[in-house]
Design a protein around this ligand. Structure first.
Ligand SMILES: [Zn+2]
Length: 200
């Protein structure tokens, strides 16, 4: 089937279709929306992307994305230097920041251990984490990793690697979500919440 649009537009659509959450159909709609709103959307977006591509880098301390290195969080003297929260990816860091529930610093692993996908400790930022955990003044490492098999395997591996250091290793509690009705929850969540119960 011949392409309906010119090669430039087809290329735009093909690139958009690689974005998470966008299939070929929604990529086509997005491309059309961009082309229709050239001055309000397409050109500002192109400029923002070009600037991000040039200026955004991974922080050499924690692995977060920022235009400066160390990033704004690592460089902020008001953050608690004694706690490091370990997350899988930058998206999880952003979620923690949105929740405003953590005031320490982060460590982005860059993935999870996975025997199936051949991801070992050397593919992740494990060694830099162990070095940071050994720094004076660090008291606690919070493992905020997903409640999946790979997430928990990674958490246990990291806990073992850090075990010999004089830091406390903690994990996020699992349980009933805020606003969660018990009869809508899966069995695993209910069982975890029951095991992790605390005095009322
Ligand atoms: Zn940083």
């Amino acid at each position: 089937m011949a392409a309906a649009a010119g090669p430039e537009i087809e290329r735009l659509i093909a690139l958009l279709a690689k974005l998470p959450g966008l299939g070929p159909r929604s990529a086509r709609r997005a491309a059309l929306a961009l082309l229709k709103r050239r001055d309000q959307l397409l050109l500002p977006l192109a400029a923002a992307m070009s600037e991000a591509g040039e200026r955004v880098r991974a922080c050499s301390v924690c692995g977060a994305l920022d235009t400066r290195d160390p990033c704004a969080i690592c460089a902020d003297p008001a953050r608690d230097m004694s706690v490091i929260c370990v997350v899988e990816e930058v998206g999880a860091l952003w979620a923690m920041e949105r929740a405003k529930a953590f005031h320490g610093r982060y460590h982005v692993l860059g993935g999870l251990l996975s025997a199936l996908d051949g991801v070992g400790p050397d593919s992740l930022r494990v060694k830099p984490l162990v070095s940071r955990a050994a720094e004076p003044g660090v008291r606690e490492i919070v493992l905020a990793l997903p409640a999946t098999v790979d997430g928990q395997t990674t958490a246990h591996y990291l806990a073992e690697r850090i075990a010999s250091l004089p830091v406390q290793v903690t994990m996020l509690a699992r349980g009933v979500p805020v606003g969660g009705e018990l009869d809508w929850l899966d069995d695993g969540t209910i069982a975890q919440a029951m095991r992790a119960r605390r005095p009322a």
